[in-house]
Design a protein around this ligand. Structure first.
Ligand code: DC
Length: 225
């Protein structure tokens, strides 16, 4: 076992991936990759530099030149902090659009693979287990019903004192799911070797426990073979 262990966690928007991935990374002392943030940075950079979200080649060329860094929970683009700017609904929509282009995806492939550093990595996204880390030690496909995910997002927004419309959130989630699962390049799919983790009826703590258990089983299996 001299390979860096990777835990790949894939799933749709608002499935709780980000929170669960960070908690698993903390519990194991592993590095953390939020791959969705990279697509969000591409969408934001395109806006800043006047590149159209519809121009695949220009987006890919631009992406090759970007200096994207994660430092202590902050996201930096060309040295400037953009942590909050990439979290808007508008940039989320742009990320979903730009991530459909194979050119943009391949411009980000090596950058993502470089996150696999000792002692290990927990990576969340849509294609972590299927494309970026096909040899991952553990692959999880995390999901929850669209209604549950919409409710969670609605609560998040209203708790922050922001106005929110449940029906609009639900429609938007369904649209984003459709775009993420129906695109031809690296669509959101559960690979045969991924474990299904449905959080509709589970708490975050239970979901984290499920992932840690799966990793323990992997370690025990590797040690005994
Ligand atoms: O996880 P997120 O909502 O921050 O992701 C934003 C968009 O990026 C989402 O619509 C799908 C896309 N994405 C992707 O195509 N592949 C990934 N590995 C991660 C995100």
């Amino acid at each position: 076992m001299n390979k860096i262990p990777v835990i790949a966690i894939d799933g749709p928007s608002a499935s709780g991936k980000g929170t669960i991935t960070q908690l698993v990374a903390e519990a194991l002392g592993f590095n953390y990759l939020d791959s969705g943030a990279l697509y969000r940075v591409v969408a934001l950079a395109a806006r800043q530099k006047g590149v159209s979200w519809a121009d695949a080649d220009a987006l890919a060329n631009m992406t090759e030149m970007l200096d994207i860094r994660f430092e202590r929970g902050a996201v930096l683009l060309d040295g400037h902090e953009i942590t909050d700017e990439i979290r808007t609904e508008e940039i989320g929509k742009g990320a979903s659009e730009v991530s459909a282009y194979p050119q943009v995806r391949s411009a980000l492939t090596v950058l993502q693979q470089e996150f696999a550093q000792a002692p290990g990595l927990v990576a969340d996204g849509r294609d972590m287990g299927s494309v970026i880390f096909p040899d991952a030690a553990v692959k999880i496909f995390l999901t929850a019903s669209a209604e549950t995910r919409a409710e969670r997002r609605y609560k998040q927004l209203t708790q922050k004192g922001l106005s929110a419309d449940y029906q609009a959130i639900l429609q938007d989630l369904k649209l984003r799911d459709k775009r993420d699962t129906e695109r031809t390049t690296a669509p959101l799919i559960k690979t045969a070797d991924a474990l299904l983790l449905d959080t509709t009826q589970r708490t975050i703590e239970e979901a984290v426990e499920f992932v840690l258990d799966a990793y323990k089983k992997y370690i025990n299996f590797s040690l005994s073979h």
